[in-house]
Design a protein around this ligand. Structure first.
Ligand SMILES: Cc1cc2nc3c(=O)[nH]c(=O)nc-3n(C[C@H](O)[C@H](O)[C@H](O)COP(=O)(O)OP(=O)(O)OC[C@H]3O[C@@H](n4cnc5c(N)ncnc54)[C@H](O)[C@@H]3O)c2cc1C
Length: 398
């Protein structure tokens, strides 16, 4: 155990990803000190894109992170949906100024690395936040003196008034004491890459979120790095049981699966030299989000399928809610964390269900797909987007 005395009232955060760093920043905005323990020896995010809806960009602005992202974000004009097999245009739903005006915050696409770096740089400037790398938290322990200890692999530990476990989708901490199960492979994987914009077929360079849907597959691509590059992700059914997370993926494997695509999509998917593969996970048993003075946050609490592009945004929402709860009830962190859990559970369940539903809709075949395509072509675009007001309009009550 470390001898260094923690600052009074410190909160320990296990995991320095999007959720852990956002939680540290949100706590600092409430004048609460924290220590972030990150497993990796050095920070560095892998190449992939991320979409942040208005419910997330509003939080990044409130946390003081947004100004660092000005040069790296794109505000796409629309979500452009096409049939992956015929190439037919199905719909173009408005983002850009329309969504920014409707929800008072923009819709962004950016490189994950840029988002993580902006969170980290903002956190490093904050005197109330301490960050330690190369610390693998292996267990959590509530002490008799009402503190909580994070036990690390090498015996070192950090102690605080409460603890937030934000150790991601493969969380080692969600089982004990939160009672969550191990993640289960869903039979779907995401293969991802980032291409310079010059390597993308000319008709696909518009500032849009492009979604191609088809039986058992969908492909998404959008601008990142301020429009200099394009993030490309394809979701495939894949029977291989995988314990792998972010592993290299053979170009030939992706190539074999693009044969049935429409020519423009086939061309795009054939261009990258390298891909990386993510297994998409679900939980058999959902954990409790809080137990005593300890709480789960982000993917550790609720890994969601990426079909609504909201997993990272849910971690941002968790962060501001947990910080506000701890600030509102300084005498009783356990009660504060219980309030956080109560507030977040229905919201993330709804998002998880909406993500699953999108997956089913994207991957339809036969008459179901024909009906879906007809509906997409005929629904007024603004009416369609306003069905997501519950999602993008979320804001922390004043
Ligand atoms: C294909 C795909 C596309 C996605 N697209 C989007 C999108 O467009 N928009 C969106 O909002 N979300 C998206 N997501 C989801 C998003 O990436 C995650 O929800 C988000 O990264 C969760 O953040 P987190 O902080 O909870 O976990 P992570 O980002 O995984 O961070 C966990 C951190 O904890 C550290 N850690 C792990 N174990 C320990 C330990 N024992 N001790 C200490 N540290 C530890 C890890 O090293 C890591 O730094 C996507 C996900 C996938 C797979």
């Amino acid at each position: 155990m470390t001898d260094a005395r923690p600052p009074p009232g410190q909160i320990v955060i296990a995991g320095g990803g999007i959720g852990g760093l956002a939680a540290a920043l949100a706590l600092a905005r409430q004048n609460i000190p924290s220590e972030v323990l990150e497993r990796r020896p050095a920070f560095g995010e892998d190449g992939a894109g991320i979409q942040i809806g208005p419910n997330g960009t509003r939080i990044l602005t409130a946390l003081g992170v947004a100004p660092m992202l000005e040069a790296s974000v794109t505000t796409p004009d629309a979500v452009h949906i096409r049939d992956a097999m015929s190439g037919r245009d199905l719909a173009r739903f408005p983002l850009g100024p329309w969504i920014a005006e409707r929800h008072g915050a923009p819709y962004w696409t950016l490189h994950r690395r840029d988002l993580h770096k902006a969170l980290l740089d903002t956190a490093r400037r904050e005197p109330l936040i301490r960050i330690r790398t190369d610390v693998v938290v292996t267990a959590l322990r509530e002490e008799r003196d009402e503190s909580v200890t994070a036990v690390a692999a090498d015996g070192e530990a950090s102690r605080g008034r409460a603890l937030i476990a934000a150790d991601g989708a493969w969380s080692a901490l969600r089982t004990d004491p939160f009672g969550g199960g191990a993640p289960r492979y869903t039979g779907k994987c995401a293969v991802r890459t980032v291409l310079p914009v010059s390597a993308v077929p000319e008709p696909l360079r518009r500032p849009e979120v492009n979604l191609w849907i088809g039986p058992d597959v969908h492909v998404v691509h959008y601008p990142v790095s301020g429009g200099e590059a394009v993030a490309l992700v394809a979701i495939f059914d894949d029977g291989r049981v995988a314990g792998d997370w972010n592993s290299p993926c053979d170009r030939g494997w992706v190539g074999a699966r693009r044969q049935r695509f429409a020519p423009l999509l086939k061309d795009l998917v054939g261009r990258p030299d390298t891909w990386r593969r993510w297994s998409l996970l679900a939980l058999e048993t959902s954990p409790q989000f809080s137990v005593g003075r300890m709480a789960l946050l982000g993917d550790a609490a609720h890994p969601v399928l990426p079909f609504l592009a909201q997993g990272g945004v849910m971690a941002l929402e968790d962060a501001v809610v947990v910080a506000r709860a701890l600030a509102a009830d300084p005498q009783d962190p356990a009660r504060a964390l219980e309030a956080y859990a109560r507030e977040r559970t229905p919201r993330v369940r709804r998002v998880a269900e909406a993500s699953r539903a999108n997956g089913r809709i994207y991957h339809m075949e036969g008459v179901m797909a024909a009906g879906r395509n007809m509906a997409l072509r005929h629904i007024p675009p603004e009416r369609f987007m306003s069905r997501y007001d519950w999602l993008y309009g979320w804001a922390l009550p004043a």
